[in-house]
Write a protein that binds this ligand. Structure first.
Ligand code: ATP
Ligand code: MG
Length: 359
């Protein structure tokens, strides 16, 4: 008997409540097939429903409750009609990312079969890379302020913070990810021709990190041309690493290049495993389709595959479970059923069950 992995399942709001059960179904099916022990515990907080009843998004002891779990499997949070996004997001997801030091935001960008690609003449296999975003520092600091508000002399300043610790750990993660991939390529996003202090520092640290990863071929690209190349030549990328702001933009642009937002997965990782990592679809709670049962569950299910891969930490059975989920997603995307966002007529549960059956 192997170790039992404990996963906190948090549906959140809107279609999070519809897609999470399908993700759990896929993970449980793959776990049973490959002899993995995954134990889910569900929580109804980190949701706007909870906020409306309790005046806060989560109970006071959320940190103590979750910190012993191996992972958090998260649906979506936000219901702007009743709770402003800054309250719902900052009261839940952003707390998880910060308090659990999930400093890597990892997003695969891969064109899957049977999905209309917004870029012309691209087929599955042409686009297959990762965006690695620094998730804790950089441009998103709250250091700064306003002076002379409302006057002609109004003055606003906001600092960016780059620490050696913060920069090196994200670069190390990205180089190691590249090392484990067939093409072993890394591209670092920069803007050292315009941002004259922090970005040259970032470049310097990339160069230094490259020295200890000689098997990886790497380059630096300014964020403007890099964004253009995501659209023009996505086949040239393998692992793309970027600071918080640039990574934020690239990690939406990348998945947008491969089709619907309903299919893009993501992981917020604490690679040292001191705290649980969090796996969630890129999409939000989609109030416009909630309740219709037509949300695409693929992003949630794919995020579950990433979770198994991370939990296994190189273990062959976990890798096999990951691969089986991806293969099942590809089979169902090719043969159907499909949800309406990608031209089908099927519902969330029908697609989820088909993927589980294919696993
Ligand atoms: P966020 O909450 O991340 O800020 P948002 O609220 O602006 O994002 P989403 O909730 O992701 O956006 O929804 C954006 C659009 O994409 C909506 O029209 C929604 O219906 C659609 N969408 C999102 N997720 C899915 C899905 N899984 N399946 C089908 N359509 C989806
Ligand atoms: Mg939203």
């Amino acid at each position: 008997m192997g170790k039992t992995y404990r996963v906190a399942a948090i549906a959140g709001d809107g279609i999070g409540k519809e897609v999470l059960p399908e993700g759990m179904r896929a993970v449980e099916t793959a776990a049973a097939k490959f002899g993995l022990e995954i134990e889910f515990t569900s929580f109804d907080w980190a949701s706007c429903d909870y906020y409306l009843q309790h005046g806060q998004m989560m109970p006071d002891d959320w940190f103590e409750t979750l910190k012993g779990f191996d992972a958090i499997y998260f649906g979506a949070v936000g219901w702007p009609a009743t709770v402003p996004d800054h309250i719902s997001l900052w009261g839940s997801l952003i707390k998880f990312r910060r308090e659990f030091d999930q400093y890597v935001n990892l997003r695969p960008v891969r064109l899957l079969p049977g999905v209309p690609c917004p870029l012309a003449n691209r087929k599955p296999g042409d686009i297959d890379f990762f965006v690695v975003r620094e998730n804790t520092e950089g441009e998103y600091s709250s250091v700064g302020g306003r002076m002379f508000a409302g006057t002609e002399r109004e003055f606003v300043l906001q600092e960016a913070v780059f620490t050696r610790h913060g920069v090196d750990r994200i670069l190390k993660f990205a180089f190691e990810l590249a090392e484990g991939r067939p093409r072993r390529k890394l591209t670092a996003a920069t803007k050292s021709n315009g941002i004259s202090i922090s970005m040259p520092y970032w470049d310097e640290r990339v160069e230094e990190m490259a020295k200890s990863h000689p098997g990886v071929s790497w380059d630096r690209q300014h964020i403007d041309i890099l964004s253009a190349r995501f659209v023009m030549q996505p086949d040239r990328f393998d692992v793309v690493v970027a600071s918080n702001l640039f990574g934020d933009i690239l990690s939406d642009l990348g998945p947008a290049c491969t089709g619907t937002i309903g299919m893009a997965p993501s992981a917020n990782l604490n690679p040292e495993r001191r705290f649980p990592s969090l796996f969630e679809p890129v999409h939000g709670s989609a109030p416009d389709i909630f309740g219709k049962g037509i949300a695409n569950p693929v992003a949630m299910i794919w995020s579950g595959a990433m979770m198994l891969d991370f939990l296994g930490n190189g273990d062959a059975a976990f890798k096999a479970a990951h691969d089986a989920i991806i293969a099942a997603i590809e089979t169902v995307l090719t043969q159907g059923p499909r949800t309406p966002d990608i031209g089908g007529t099927a519902g969330t549960a029908e697609v989820g069950k088909a993927i589980a059956a294919a696993i």
